[in-house]
Design a binder for this molecule. Structure first.
Ligand code: SF4
Length: 313
């Protein structure tokens, strides 16, 4: 696989990124990123006490209309072009700063460069677990290139309905594509493995997070509730539980924030209600889902969206 006729992801644009062409992700063959810093807003077993070493890449092959990182997905934020060797250095610098892992955020369209950077960083002392933090819109064939390099997969499973995935992400095949990708991710890393850290469990949670410590290996599937999409959310939870039982974690997220770009889309222009979220949590409990991360209280806030200011690049 190469960038001269790019088919890395399901968009299969067939552009020559080495000649400066760009496809759906909006990126040529240069690595462009917006931030590399310790990040506290991931799941507790990823953020731990020190933070996750998050590298936010620019561009995206999904480009959801409601994107919570809209500015970097659409390359509006200040971004910096970095070389493979600089990316490897950044990984090592994050390790020096105490990061619990290296967290590759929206990495799909940079897979080939990331593989080179990981090999280089590992040869120079990188020992942290590597987290692959993705929309889930991935090709199995491409993911196989990562076999043995990634420790923790953190994919979204955004939609079941092809109507909704077409409307919001121009990806009517999202569900079959993303579920095949998650199956490959699970094949590579298997059931969760933890190591002890300073993380303290929430003793009041209905869910079993008694192994509360840093994840070293495993799959956490994220599902962000969208306004008026609770039926879709139910199908997704049922699918995940029937397919994987408690061999994966599910992160059920309520922080959807309507950003300015959805002002003209009434269906998306509000936050999730407590009733919508509580109903989904009750449904997860009724299914027997034990390995879940849930969010308590008023978490729908833009504070989850970090400053994209080229820090750490
Ligand atoms: S990585 Fe980008 S250019 Fe390549 S197929 Fe996907 S969207 Fe198209």
């Amino acid at each position: 696989m190469n960038l001269t006729d790019c088919v890395l992801c399901p968009r299969e644009c067939h552009v020559d990124r080495t000649a400066g062409q760009t496809g759906y992700c909006g990126q040529n063959d240069k690595i462009v990123a917006a931030r590399a810093a310790l990040h506290m807003w991931e799941e507790p077993c990823i953020s731990g006490v020190n933070g996750s070493g998050a590298v936010f890449f620019a561009g995206c092959n999904m480009r959801c209309v409601f994107c919570q990182n809209y500015d970097i997905a659409h390359s509006n934020a200040p971004c910096k072009t970095i070389s493979v060797s600089r990316l490897a250095e950044i990984f090592l610098e994050l390790q020096e700063k105490g990061a619990h892992n290296i967290n590759l955020v929206t990495p799909t369209h940079y897979i080939l460069q990331i593989i080179d950077a990981l090999h280089l960083a590992k040869a120079n002392g990188l020992t942290l677990p590597i987290v692959y933090n993705t929309s889930g819109y991935e090709k199995v064939e491409t993911l196989k290139l990562l076999d043995g390099l990634i420790d923790i997969y953190l994919p979204d499973l955004k939609y079941y309905s092809s109507d909704i995935s077409k409307r919001y992400s121009n990806a009517p095949d999202y569900f079959p594509v993303a579920t095949a990708a998650i199956a490959e991710m699970f094949r590579q890393v298997g059931t969760p493995v933890y190591e002890s850290s300073g993380f303290i469990a929430d003793a009041n949670s209905e869910f079993d997070i008694s192994e509360s410590s840093l994840m070293k290996k495993g799959v956490i599937v994220r599902h962000l509730l969208l306004p008026d999409c609770t039926e879709d959310s139910r199908y997704i939870l049922r699918y995940l539980h029937e397919t994987y039982g408690n061999n994966i974690y599910i992160s059920i997220m309520n922080q959807y924030t309507p950003l300015p770009q959805v002002a003209s889309i009434p269906a998306l222009n509000r936050k999730i209600t407590d009733n919508e979220y509580d109903g989904i949590i009750d449904y997860a409990i009724s299914l027997g889902i034990e390995n879940a991360f849930v969010q308590e209280g008023e978490t729908a806030s833009e504070s989850f969206i970090p400053a994209f200011n080229c820090e750490g690049l």
